[in-house]
Ligand binder design. Structure first.
Ligand SMILES: Nc1ncnc2c1ncn2[C@@H]1O[C@H](COP(=O)(O)OP(=O)(O)OP(=O)(O)O)[C@@H](O)[C@H]1O
Ligand SMILES: [Mg+2]
Length: 396
């Protein structure tokens, strides 16, 4: 099984590149599923399928080509399939707070439900071996980072808070009943959460296993887009995902002679060089701007031909682990690859068995292996492109 995320800023060409990769992989004989992680689905549009504006195939995989399926989640269908008791409790809660029943049903969708449903599918498909490749067409950067942070956040919640919350609620229920009409979650709610969590088990390992999962960042040769790509590059590493290519989309073909485009040609050339420097040694794959919109399998195959040439699109183009734990002179060092990170933006603390690392607006809880739990002091040192976390103080 091979899993590839296509991520990047809004509008850079993620869906087109994911779809093109799917067409190419399917042509090679791999059973390939492209899943849309974006609530504003546009996969079906890019395949130019003849179907209704709001038709999402009931959120199931739809075959679009021999060996190729697309899947666009439908949150209402997912609620019926996966979120029954949890949704029921939330809707009841909103209802007692004064919302009418229909509205409460509608609003009882928690942020993250759709993403967790997707993780459930990923886990299920990997176990069933129903597909050889899963290609994930991501939402714009911020949301896709939230998506990949969900497994660690959930693991943390289940380990640290779930049991406590359940016990508190159990103890408080008789009292709360006398004092207020607002219902506390019942055992059904907690059981449902527990079941859901057990179905997610292992998904974090799949996503952080570089032999299975890699990220391809799609970008354009423009300053603002490249800046966002640099941040995404760092944050994906923070969440332990391997990046195996940067796709530089929409380059103006160099043959264009029109006066109007000359500034664009110069600045694109400059940013393309910068991008190669920034992301080295991860390969940067260029794609020219096409003459028209890229719609339908044939045009997508042309995009794939330009992007991958003779290469197998499912190959790992670059291999390096984002994290490495080593021991030197009796002291442990956790080395994280975090290019572009600056010391001032790092906030590090250790609480019993976990390390809390905050970089900019993203925070990650790293559960530590046993030998590190008892070490009292931790220190960070930036050695570009690495962040070294030293257990037991800084080296002299
Ligand atoms: N190399 C290219 N040449 C010409 N048009 C392109 C190219 N790449 C993408 N496009 C066009 O740009 C538009 C946006 O592409 P696409 O939907 O793939 O971007 P996206 O990153 O998925 O956007 P969103 O963030 O909204 O999901 C589409 O109309 C697509 O056909
Ligand atoms: Mg898209």
């Amino acid at each position: 099984m091979r899993i590839i995320f296509f991520a990047g800023k809004g509008g850079v060409g993620k869906t087109s590149v994911a779809a093109a990769t799917g067409v190419r992989a399917a042509d090679q004989g791999c059973r390939t599923l492209i899943m849309s992680l974006d609530v504003a689905h546009s996969l079906a549009d890019i395949f130019d399928l003849d179907r209704g504006l709001l038709d999402q195939g009931r959120g199931r995989p739809v075959k679009v080509h021999p060996n190729l399926w697309i899947q666009e989640l439908d949150i209402q269908e997912e609620i019926n399939r996966n979120w029954g008791d949890i949704h029921h409790y939330l809707a009841g809660l909103l209802n007692t707070t004064g919302l009418n029943e229909v509205l409460a049903e509608e609003l009882a969708v928690l942020p993250g439900m759709e993403e967790v449903s997707l993780l459930l599918y990923i886990n299920q498909y990997v176990r069933q071996r129903r597909f050889d490749a899963l290609l994930l067409d991501c939402a714009p950067t911020g949301e896709s980072l939230r998506f990949i942070s969900i497994p660690t956040t959930l693991e943390w919640y289940m380990k640290k808070l779930f049991k406590l919350e359940r016990t508190i609620v159990r103890c408080a229920r008789p009292l709360a009943k006398r004092l207020t009409d607002v219902p506390l979650p019942g055992e059904d709610y907690f059981n449902a959460l527990e079941r859901l969590f057990s179905r997610l088990e292992g998904v974090d390992r799949i996503l952080s296993d570089p032999a299975v999962t890699t990220v391809r960042l799609v970008t354009n040769p423009e300053k603002v887009v490249i800046k966002e790509t640099q941040r995404a590059f760092m944050y994906f590493y923070l969440y332990r995902m391997s990046i195996d290519a940067v796709i530089l989309n929409r380059l103006l073909p160099s043959g264009i002679r029109e006066e109007f485009f000359s500034d664009w040609l110069t600045s694109q050339g400059r940013y393309a060089d910068l991008a190669r420097g920034y992301f080295h040694p991860v390969p940067v794959l260029p794609v020219n701007l096409f003459k028209g919109e890229i719609l339908g399998s044939e045009r997508l195959a042309a995009l794939a031909a330009e992007l991958y040439a003779e290469r197998n699109p499912l190959e790992r183009f670059f291999e390096e682990e984002p994290y490495r734990l080593t021991k030197e002179n009796g002291r442990y060092r956790l080395q994280l690859k975090l290019p572009f990170v600056v010391k001032e933006s790092i906030d590090l603390s250790k609480v019993s068995d976990e390390l809390i690392l905050r970089i900019g607006s993203y925070k990650r809880h790293i559960l530590l292996p046993k030998p590190l739990v008892s070490v009292k002091t931790v220190a960070a040192r930036v050695d570009p492109p690495y962040l070294n976390i030293l257990f037991g103080g800084i080296d002299s």
